[in-house]
Design a protein around this ligand. Structure first.
Ligand SMILES: Nc1ncnc2c1ncn2[C@@H]1O[C@H](COP(=O)(O)OP(=O)(O)OP(=O)(O)O)[C@@H](O)[C@H]1O
Ligand SMILES: [Mg+2]
Length: 235
């Protein structure tokens, strides 16, 4: 399937920790956290990859915010930016990308030394590191499996950001190595065919799909009102 990779834009993405705790967006991420808790049987699946059929469906924004609300709930979280083609987590989390995942996989840096603290308490980042030419090979290397074991000992929940699943193989390669996959779908912009194809691609590598996040859905007026009501009255 042809995908417009130019959609993979470098634009502003908001972190929920910058919003007021009563905002409907923050509440939506809390609901997602609860659903994740159920889908993982109280987080017994701890390494979670997030991908989508196509570009710019909201993967990176959702990971940063979902990990933030999990960290706020007392879970030690790590985000690994395994999108080695267009990494954005260091920008969203206001970190650097001088060293990261690729340095660890090439044996240049110890994994513990490459982890960065983020502005969100309880959330650390392993940024992508320098973008390499052989992304899928690196992600499929034995070093990646070793790194995942190390990360399991360092945090409760580890989230992997990836490129979209249909245009390139990186997400499928990694999906085979993690406990579960969340599929983010931009409801307004992605065909049913693309969703089915993404699901089949992941199932071919025996990935366990934990759930689907419907993103960019229209926020119903009623929901916003409801939320506002339960926060203590109309705005
Ligand atoms: N629920 C939403 N409502 C409105 N805009 C959103 C929503 N989720 C994400 N976006 C916006 O969509 C754009 C793409 O988001 P993001 O970079 O998180 O997607 P992505 O799937 O990681 O993209 P890529 O394929 O380039 O890695 C950003 O501008 C982001 O702010
Ligand atoms: Mg992204």
């Amino acid at each position: 399937m042809k995908m417009d990779m130019q959609k993979r834009t470098q634009v502003k993405r908001t972190l929920v920790s910058q919003l007021s705790p009563g905002s409907p967006v923050v509440e939506a991420y809390r609901v997602l956290r609860t659903n994740l808790q159920f889908a993982t049987m109280n987080y017994s699946s701890r390494t979670i990859l997030v991908t989508s059929p196509g570009p710019a469906e909201g993967k990176s924004t959702i990971i940063a915010n979902l990990a933030s609300v999990c960290a706020a709930d007392g879970k030690k979280c790590i985000i690994v930016d395994s999108d080695l083609r267009m990494p954005t987590q260091h920008e969203i989390l206001k970190c650097h990308n001088k060293i990261g995942l690729t340095d660890v996989l090439l044996g240049r840096v110890e994994p513990g030394k490459a982890l960065q603290e983020t502005p969100v308490s309880g959330l650390r980042l392993l940024s992508s590191g320098p973008v390499p030419p052989n992304q899928a090979e690196l992600l499929g290397s034995p070093g990646m499996a070793d790194l995942i074991e190390f990360l399991r000992s360092a945090a409760d929940l580890i989230f992997f950001d990836t490129p979209p699943v249909l245009p390139v193989t990186d997400a499928s390669v990694l999906a085979a190595k993690v406990d579960g996959v969340l599929l983010v779908i931009n409801v307004g912009d992605v065909s049913r065919e693309a969703v089915v194809q993404a699901k089949q691609t992941l199932e071919k590598v025996n990935a366990r799909i934990l759930g689907i996040v419907l993103n960019k859905a229209e926020l119903q007026g009623g929901y916003a009102y409801y939320h506002s009501y339960y926060q203590g009255g109309r705005r």
